[in-house]
Design a protein around this ligand. Structure first.
Ligand code: UTP
Length: 285
């Protein structure tokens, strides 16, 4: 089975970035010159995904406009022979199919994924959280799809986090089966104490369609929201789930410090900004 569809839950309220996110979706905040969500869509594209399913909400229209063709802008750029910029804005719009559906109320990540049920049908699919930015030689989702191809079951991207941060993540208990690969025995959402490990689930998943049965049974969990982790816990009773420690550097750009670090990282990689930015940083110390 091939992973062709990716769900992008993008209906969260982005409260940690208020007031910046009052009128602009968090997903549209820029890292250098591209919105956060574009980095993830590009990762999906480079991993062989063909269809992107955005779960949006009120105030998220900018995401639809961003991935649409902008006729006026493209005509102007063409007339002015600004081919390089034109290519930058076109590339991603053309190769992928975009589908939008709304989560009417931000009831949690699990509820957001459930909103994609009728679009996904009965096939395994990827999930991307648009504020987790991963810079990797081989795109993180591509690494995961490789693992999926072998095991044909749900794969969770995990990363080791300091013990003092485990209360911020879904944490797995797992048995190592290969280098960087664990058979998941349990998952706990944001453990207050006694985390089963320091392997945290981050914003990339491959899920089998059976997750929808679990999401439908889901009850409100941590933070009074419908959690995806709780549905994965249910899935574990019927199917094997693996956790994969991907290779690459991840930034939690949904958090202020993580966002600033991601901007510096990308700024230092960008030809237009690297030299000046490096000089500026050196001057600070
Ligand atoms: P976050 O926990 O980062 O929440 O959601 P948030 O609302 O985006 O941001 P803060 O915490 O208020 O600052 C993780 C992912 O799940 C999506 C978000 O859009 C984000 O991609 N999400 C969350 C939904 O789509 N719907 C929800 O009800 C909750």
């Amino acid at each position: 089975m091939k992973i062709k569809k990716a769900v992008f839950p993008s209906a969260g309220l982005g409260t940690r970035f208020l007031p910046a996110t009052k009128a602009i979706p968090k997903e549209m905040l820029p890292l250098v010159d591209k919105p956060l969500i574009q980095y993830c869509v590009e990762e999906a594209h480079a991993s062989g995904i063909e269809e992107i399913v955005f779960i949006t909400g009120r105030g998220k229209r900018a995401i639809e406009d961003h991935f649409d063709i902008s006729f006026e802008l493209e005509t102007t750029l063409r007339e002015k022979k600004k081919t390089a910029i034109l290519n930058k804005i076109r590339h991603i719009s053309e190769d992928l199919t975009y589908i939008y559906t709304r989560q009417k109320k931000a009831l949690g990540l699990g509820h957001a994924v459930l909103c994609a049920k009728n679009i996904i049908n009965n096939e395994p699919f990827a999930v991307f959280l648009g504020d987790d930015i991963i810079d990797a030689k081989v795109p993180a989702m591509k690494q995961m799809i490789k693992v999926f191809t072998k095991y044909q079951t749900s794969i969770l991207a995990v990363q080791r986090v300091p013990k003092k941060h485990t209360h911020m993540y879904g944490i797995i208990k797992g048995k190592k089966v290969a280098d960087g690969l664990y058979k998941v025995e349990d998952v706990v959402e944001k453990p207050e104490k006694n985390p089963p490990s320091n392997l945290a689930i981050i914003g990339r998943y491959i899920l089998t369609p059976e997750i929808f049965t679990q999401l439908e049974k889901n009850k409100k969990g941590s933070g009074g929201e419908y959690q995806l982790t709780d549905a994965i816990k249910g899935l574990l009773k019927t199917q094997a789930v693996y956790a994969y420690e991907f290779e690459g550097e991840r930034f939690d750009a949904g958090d202020k410090v993580g966002f600033l670090k991601a901007n510096i990282h990308m700024g230092l990689k960008n030809k237009e900004t690297a030299v000046e930015l490096r000089k500026f940083i050196k001057r600070l110390f």
